[in-house]
Write a protein that binds this ligand. Structure first.
Ligand code: SF4
Length: 422
C-alpha cells in the first residue's frame, strides 16, 4: 500500500531528532536560526502528518506556485522541490536513491534535479497526491518534468499560464489564471475555497516578508550580523512553510537575533574577510559548508536568488486585490523573476545585489540542467567585472546530489578563489 506522505514523515522524524540533539548539546545562543527553522519546520510537518491521518487531500505544488493558494482549502500542501533538497540537507545520501530511480525510468540526466526526487518517490510508492498545481514557469525543465505527473501518474495537473511580460495586463491575466486554478481545485476536491483562511495565510507571509526586508537591510552592515547558513534556511522556509504562522515566527527569530547583535556591536561568528553574493541558489547536500565559509574562509554569503524577494507584501483585504498581489508575487518569485522571462533581469538583479550588499565577489552555482541560467553565466561575469571590478566563481554543482561535484572539490575551488581576492 502506498504511504502517501512518507517523505514528510521521514523529514519530520529526522528534523525532530536533530532538533532534540541540538537542544541537548548546543547552548541556547548558538545556532539560533537553524534551531528556529527546525522548531518551526517540525510543527509544519507534524500538522501535515496529522491532516494526512484524517484523510485530507494532498495537493502537490511547484515551488514557484505560491503555497498560500493551497491554504484556501482543508488540504495538505506538498511542495515537490522542497522535499529532496531538505533530505539532501539532513541525510548523507539525501534523495540520491530516488534520483537514480527516476533516471532508470528514463528521465534525462541533463535536466534539473528539482523535481526528480519526488518523481522517484512516486515510482517507489512512498509519495502520492490527489492533484498537482504549477505555473508555466520558471523553465522548460519544469514544464517537461511536470508531464510525468499527468501522463504517467495520471493526476489532474492544473497549470497556470504565465506571460513573459511584466505589465498591468499580464499581471491581471495571471491573477485570472490563479483564480481559475482555485476554482478547479475546489471542484476536484469538492470543497468551497475558504477565503478567510486564505487571507490569514497571505497575512502570515506578508508579515514574514516584512521581517525579511529588515533582515536584508541589516545584512548590508559590515560585518554582516548573520551566519551564511541563513540562506538555505530562508529558502527552505519560503517554500515549505508558505502561509503558515511558523514561517512568520522563523523570520522574526532571525530578525530579532540580528537586531540584538547590532545593538551589542556584534557580528556573526568568525571574522568577515570577504563578502559574497550568490546569483543563484544555495547548495543543500552539505550544510556544514556554510560554517566553513564563515569560520575558515571568512567569506560572508549575503544574499541569493531565494533570499531577496523582488516583490511587495500584500496588505489588502479584498480577494480580487489579493489575487492580483499573489499573481505579481508569483511572476516575480525567486528564480521565476530571474529565469522565466528575459535574462537581462537576472543580470540586473545580480549587479544590483552586488552593489547594494557591497560584495567583493560572486559565487554562482550552476547545473547543466538549468539551460537558461547557464546561458547567463558569462554575461553576468563580464557585467560584474566591467561595472564593479569584482570576480565571479562558477561552481558546476547539483545542489542536492553530492556525486555530481563533491564537497571537497567545492571547498578547494572556493579556497583557491578566495586567494585571488587578497
Ligand atoms: S534551477 Fe533552473 S532548471 Fe531548475 S527549476 Fe530553477 S530555473 Fe528551472
Amino acid at each position: 500500500m502506498v504511504n502517501r506522505l512518507k517523505p514528510y514523515e521521514i523529514l519530520y522524524e529526522s528534523l525532530k531528532l536533530t532538533l532534540d540533539l541540538t537542544e541537548r548539546i548546543v547552548t541556547e545562543d548558538e545556532q539560533v536560526a537553524l534551531r528556529s527553522f527546525m522548531r518551526n519546520g517540525v510543527k509544519v510537518l507534524e500538522r501535515a502528518l496529522r491532516d494526512a491521518d484524517e484523510g485530507k487531500p494532498i495537493i502537490g505544488y511547484h515551488f514557484a506556485m505560491p503555497g498560500e493558494i493551497v491554504q484556501c482549502f482543508d488540504a495538505i500542501p506538498l511542495c515537490f522541490e522542497a522535499v529532496p533538497y531538505l533530505m539532501a540537507a539532513l541525510f548523507p545520501d539525501g534523495a540520491e536513491y530516488y534520483y537514480d530511480k527516476i533516471h532508470s525510468f528514463g528521465s534525462p540526466y541533463h535536466s534539473c534535479t528539482s523535481q526528480k526526487g519526488i518523481m522517484g518517490m512516486y515510482l517507489d510508492q512512498i509519495a502520492d497526491f490527489d492533484l498537482v498545481v504549477c505555473p508555466t514557469a520558471p523553465c522548460d525543465n519544469t514544464i517537461a518534468s511536470y508531464q510525468f505527473f499527468s501522463n504517467h501518474a495520471k493526476k489532474p495537473l492544473l497549470v497556470a499560464d504565465m506571460p513573459y511580460y511584466r505589465t498591468k495586463e499580464a499581471y491581471q491575466y495571471f491573477a485570472d489564471e490563479i483564480a481559475r486554478q482555485i476554482n478547479e481545485i475546489s471542484k476536484l476536491i469538492n470543497q468551497e475555497p475558504n477565503w478567510d483562511k486564505f487571507k490569514t495565510a497571505v497575512q502570515n507571509s506578508s508579515k514574514a516578508q516584512e521581517y525579511l526586508i529588515e533582515i536584508n537591510e541589516m545584512r548590508r552592515n559590515i560585518p554582516c550580523p548573520i551566519e551564511s547558513i541563513v540562506n538555505p534556511l530562508i529558502t527552505g522556509a519560503t517554500v515549505i512553510m508558505a502561509g503558515t504562522p511558523e514561517k512568520t515566527q522563523f523570520f522574526k527569530d532571525v530578525r530579532d537575533l540580528m537586531r540584538k547583535r547590532i545593538k551589542n556591536g556584534e557580528g556573526r561568528l568568525g571574522e568577515e574577510r570577504f563578502r559574497s553574493i550568490w546569483p543563484n541558489i544555495s547548495i543543500f547536500f552539505d550544510i556544514g559548508l556554510y560554517e566553513w565559509l564563515d569560520r575558515v574562509v571568512g567569506l560572508s554569503y549575503l544574499v541569493d536568488v531565494f533570499t531577496y524577494y523582488y516583490y511587495e507584501p500584500i496588505y489588502s483585504n479584498n480577494i480580487d486585490e489579493i489575487l492580483l498581489g499573489i499573481a505579481k508575487q508569483c511572476m516575480n518569485y525567486p528564480m521565476t523573476h530571474q529565469a522565466q522571462s528575459f535574462i537581462e533581469i537576472m543580470i540586473e538583479d545580480t549587479l544590483w545585489a552586488a552593489k547594494e550588499f557591497k560584495a567583493d565577489c560572486a559565487i554562482m552555482t550552476g547545473h547543466l540542467g538549468c539551460k537558461q541560467i547557464a546561458s547567463a553565466i558569462q554575461l553576468i561575469r563580464e557585467t560584474l567585472r566591467d561595472e564593479l571590478d569584482i570576480p565571479m566563481l562558477t561552481l558546476e554543482v547539483d545542489i542536492g546530489d553530492k556525486r555530481f561535484t563533491s564537497i571537497e572539490t567545492i571547498k578547494y575551488e572556493i579556497e583557491e578563489f578566495a586567494k585571488t581576492l587578497l
